[in-house]
Write a protein that binds this ligand. Sequence first.
Ligand SMILES: Cc1ncc(COP(=O)(O)O)c(C=O)c1O
Length: 509
Amino acid sequence: MAKHNVGVPLPVFHRLDTDPVVPLYRQIHERIRGTILAGRLAPGTRLPSSRTLAADLGVSRTTVEVAFSQLEAEGFLIRKVGAGTYVASAIPAPERPPRKTRAAAVPPPAKSAREALSARGRLAVAAASRAEIWVRLTNRPFPEVMEQPNRRLFARGLPSLSSFPLRTWRRLIARQARLWQGESLGHGNAAGYRPLREALVTHLATARGVSCDWRQIIILNSSHQALDLAARLLLDPADPAWLEEPSYLGAWAALHSAGAKIVSVPVDDEGLNVDAGLAMAPAARLAYVTPSHQFPLGVTMSLGRRLALLGWAARASAWVIEDDYDSEFRYTGRPLAALQGLEPIGRVIYIGTFSKVLVPTLRMAYVVAPEGLADAFAAARALVDGFSPSFMQAVMTDFITAGHLSAHIRRMRALYRERRDVLRDAVARRLAGRVTMSNADTGLYATGWLQPDVDDLEISRRAALKGLDLPALSCYYHASRPVPGLMFNYANVSPADIRRGIDILATIV
Ligand SMILES: Cc1ncc(COP(=O)(O)O)c(C=O)c1O
């Protein structure tokens, strides 16, 4: 072994951090390793003895010994009794930039991180940023409000946060915490906690007319995750997929990032126009719909359209993704049954979430998959992040089986109906002729249409400057000319604040 200077100058050895967070031996280990990897200590270089180095650094010899032993075990150093400590000769040479030639005197610019992404990665980033841009567009320039999205008046996507039954949850959490031991600390099932899946079968049958076996239910973190998994499982790049026009941006982003060819199918007052879809792309692989409460227009899909959609899915062997996000709350008559319960053939993938019926922070949602697809959903879910934490699933099971969920839905239905009425009255009083409200008999928000020549993005932006979150309908159109309007998420706003918000809006529209 070639011998270089004994006790090479090691600038990197000075200034050990006396902060005890990183132990001294670890600091010495990391610095020597980093120096070797950077090519600044050539193979064969002899290091100072542990005694010398310890004296130089003002640490104990044992500390240096521990660092040396670790580096020896990792193959960076070779130690020979009586002969000293050397940098191993088998260290791979560090990557160096190519030598400059005259022709290439200026090195090519380094690839940006974005360019280094795969095609799939680029689609994912583009999808997320477009969804984000639309949302931000209407709020610019109001970044500090964006930092606190839940604080704005009419903040989007929120159920009544103050009505969340916290006392009951605290009690149920405490009960589960006492049982939390042994096997329940290990791995969970990718498809979810079985008692919750069983509890959901009964709840969904009575509350939503969904008919399924517990094996078809896969518990997930969110509808977002459900949409992403559905797109991964069912779509190849360039496959045509029907999307409601206008539509939920989360669905657009999931389809876009899967590389689908998005076919924007118009929605009218009967919901998705199936004939238009058939004319545009009869062989689409799937259709994304919100039949009980179209997002964002608020219409309910007629029975005729439901049957036409299911008929097409059966003939074309296509899938229907039913996003049933907030329709437990219906204010006139009983909730309309889900599309899933109407079909005997197993082409509908039903997505439900606890984000609206309870609160979004739970991050709990589920898919009811057709029998033949349930295992595939569980497998895809396992691939992404294993499984959902069983603890909160157990708490949710108790919440449902003790009847708290249905009681909460009943209470919220009355509360939201009142808030919806207050909103409609306030708009009729202060904005007659300028804003026309939807009848809003389902869900947590109402849609208000503006006059055809009004720029809803500009109204939305000006409202944001005054602390109101009123997303412009234009944000949700992908292919056709938008109909201007605003979304009023009233569920989390007190009657007094609803009136105050509408007074503010009346100074803008
Ligand atoms: C149409 C639609 N689907 C689903 C969701 C809920 O998504 P998640 O379960 O990911 O919170 C929302 C929330 O705003 C929504 O508007």
